[in-house]
Ligand binder design. Structure first.
Ligand code: PLP
Length: 452
């Protein structure tokens, strides 16, 4: 449905201006060579040479509805013509409607929505709400997690990216969440992993002092750190522990929410209701920056007569809210969440497991919906990762080769440490998913070459 007109000179000009003036996230500025993107539609984007890529990254796992969905684009255009901006203190139709549509889908009584511009701000505000609600200060967060790059969020993040940043914020304590394939508890079964993880969490609480702990924050299905589906019973167990000690349970659904796992929220798979739930990304597929916190009735009531000390100029921005309303309505009308579930169950899951049978570099396949990871290993028996933990430069060569092989064949992968995440749009068709699997099949031979 789209035409890709090559214009290499324009691409070169875009790249030159980028290199002259754009300072990129997470990068050594002198070592990067960003692809100049000319356009996108559905599951694809393309460069100025006319080369098309199947987007198996959904960018940063956010374009759940695909690129340039016409209904969402039209809604933004209509809203821009009507009212581009208004301060958060006013009541406006699109903001009210976005909040209603989100609250209708969040579990339990998470019926009040505080809007932010993205995930990290949502996490910042969830933590602030939990601290004010409980009068306690500590927050427990898992290793192998990502919660954002702002002050509190980067400190809650349980991966090495937080170490070189600010000094640790007071009151953040990390614990281990379950992950059977690389079990921190040396467990052999899901049941053992779950039971030991819950015991470890409760021990951590005991040693920190339950009366000092405001919140436990968890990604429902940790995403950036490796798409680790929790064992049955774990989230319910954490809910119970939170209730026992009066701790606020925060589920971070920034990446897992809005269809990614094949349900509106990942928490729906286990029927768990947190006290606060953060969202962003898929809420409007990132067409305009948007995130937020869904707040339980009890926590919301804390601020009935006492002002909430927090706010953002662009909280509930009309263009963002209009895109959220259109996204959510379109996802419902076009059964996009159901599509993610079905593609996961029928095509991606079986297809990836089949790749694992043929490729010795695939140590584990895990995931659900449109949210999958291949854990690549040098040695299946020992589970030694294909590249060392947090590898860079020459050490990272096997993953760099794998990514290059995907790109050469027209697939844009999401690669992190020794993993590739298979995270296409939730709108991905069976044919597109199979096209991607075929490319992965070929590209994995580069990884196989590095196995023992
Ligand atoms: N929380 C989770 C679970 C995420 O995956 C991310 C981003 O990847 C964030 C928070 C931060 O969101 P943002 O980059 O919009 O600030």
């Amino acid at each position: 449905h789209f035409e890709v007109v090559p214009d290499p000179a324009a691409g070169a000009a875009v790249k030159a201006a980028d290199r002259a003036h754009v300072f990129h996230s997470w990068s050594a500025q002198g070592l990067i060579d960003p692809l100049a993107v000319a356009g996108a539609a559905g599951s694809y984007f393309w460069d100025y040479d006319g080369k098309r890529y199947l987007d198996f990254s959904s960018q940063l796992v956010n374009t759940n509805i695909g690129h340039q969905h016409p209904k969402v684009v039209a809604a933004i255009q209509e809203q821009a013509a009507k009212l581009c901006t208004i301060a958060p203190g006013f009541a406006v139709d699109v903001r009210s409607e976005a909040a209603r549509l989100i609250a209708e889908r969040t579990p339990g009584d998470l019926d009040k929505i505080f809007f932010t511009n993205g995930g990290a701000e949502a996490v910042e505000n969830a933590v602030r709400m939990a601290r004010l609600h409980t009068g306690r200060s500590k927050v427990l967060s898992a290793y192998r997690s990502y919660h954002g790059a702002t002050a509190a969020a980067i400190n809650l993040t349980g991966d090495p990216r937080r170490w070189p940043s600010d000094t640790a914020s007071a009151g953040v304590v990390h614990f281990w969440a379950p992950f059977l394939y690389r079990s921190p508890f040396h467990a052999e079964t899901e049941e053992q992993e779950c039971e030991r993880a819950l015991r470890h969490l409760e021990d951590t609480i005991a040693y920190e002092g339950p009366q000092t702990i405001a919140a436990i924050i968890l990604e429902t299905v940790p995403g950036t750190a490796g798409i680790m589906v929790p064992p049955p019973g774990y989230l319910a167990g954490v809910r119970e522990i939170c209730d026992k000690y009066g701790i606020v349970f925060v589920l971070d659904e920034v990446m897992a929410g809005f269809g990614r796992t094949g349900r509106w929220f990942a928490a729906d798979h286990w029927d768990v209701t947190p006290d606060l739930m953060t969202f962003a990304k898929g809420v409007n597929s990132g067409y305009v920056p948007l995130g937020g916190v869904a707040i339980s009735a009890e926590i919301a009531a804390t601020f009935d007569t006492r002002p909430y000390p927090g706010g953002l100029t662009y909280s509930g921005h009309p263009l963002a809210c209009a895109s959220a309303v259109a996204t959510i309505n379109t996802m419902a009308e076009e059964r996009i969440v159901e599509n993610a579930a079905e593609i996961g169950e029928r095509v991606l899951g079986p297809g990836l497991r089949e790749l694992a049978e043929r490729h010795p570099s695939v140590g584990e396949v895990r995931g659900m919906g449109a949210f999958w990871a291949l854990d690549l290993v040098r040695d299946r028996a020992t589970r030694e990762p294909l590249v060392p933990y947090n590898a860079s430069g020459a050490d990272n060569q096997p993953m760099a080769e794998f990514a290059a092989a995907c790109k050469q064949r027209g697939l844009w992968p999401f690669v992190n440490m020794n993993r590739t995440h298979v995270v296409p749009a939730c709108t991905v068709t069976e044919a597109e998913a199979k096209e991607g699997l075929a490319i992965l099949d070929e590209a994995l031979t580069t990884a196989d070459a590095h196995t023992v």
